[in-house]
Ligand binder design. Sequence first.
Ligand code: HSE
Length: 342
Amino acid sequence: MNVVRIAIAGFGGVGRATANLLLARRERYRQVYGADIRLVAVCGSRSGLADASGLEAERLDALEPDLSGPAFIEASGADILIEAGPSDFRTGGPGLAYIRSALSAGRDAIVISKGALVHSGPELLALARSSGAMLKLSGAAAAALPTIDLLEHSLKGCEVLEIEGILNATTNYLLDAMMNRNLGFDEALRRAQAGGFAEADPRNDTEGWDTASKLILIANFGLDADLTMDELVVEGIQSVVAHDLETWRKQRLVPKLVGSLIRTDAATRAAVGVRTYPATDPLAHVSGKNKAIRITTDAMGETIAIGSGTEPLATAAAALKDLEHILTARAVRSTGVSGGKE
Ligand code: HSE
């Protein structure tokens, strides 16, 4: 049995959910991948816990002070880092130092928070490529909604011409509630926060920054583009007023906050803003906190995925999907054949 040591940096709701799901799935990892998964370290910003023989769920409520930081994670001997800390795309946030440290030491990283990836994506990709480490980010790039996986696997070999994404659950929920349930903005936002999918600072959602961040990740990690936030025109839903809602209702149009990207030979152009769709368009039916992506390619036409889940479980599951991809790739590397039985 191959021992695989995991460390989790960032131990809020998503980090904890990821730890619990990881521990609950250990038997699956043994059966399917022949991997003895051990959670050897967890830490938040000021406290943590490490045990080389593996932490059990009941110990995770008693973190010890001053055990935190990239050096603490490195000392745990983890083979794979799961980064789930606070996200700040303007600075890279605390996650950046953890991810840099892991990738430069050749350790695989599964990143859930978007900040470091938006801020320093090309640098982190280059680090991973030079050290041979894997860098996975499903949890950051719309989580339960498959995005980069579609590009990397389902549409492999195709030329991507255009992407349209309803990538932010909060704004989709808010627009839907205001259009169809007559809820005011503040009440709808309160419900989104209670559902655990709104950002701590709701302006990241409502002003379009979360959608823009996910679009940049899809472009830079899924299409090898090199987009930065400065290159995007970003408009949110903060300027939507009652008159707009009334007009759209009369015209039988459905408003969505959309991240869009068009690729030509010359350039990749991307933007975030409200688009309206007639009822004949599948994107008009993406309701509530669902998210969706439409990818148009040269050879496979239009592909649409729609999805969501209950947070924080859905994001934890997206990150652990990445873990299974890593376990498969590791098995292929060591034996030359696929490690999964599925
Ligand atoms: N606030 C985000 C959303 C979830 O509403 O989709 C975290 O990315």
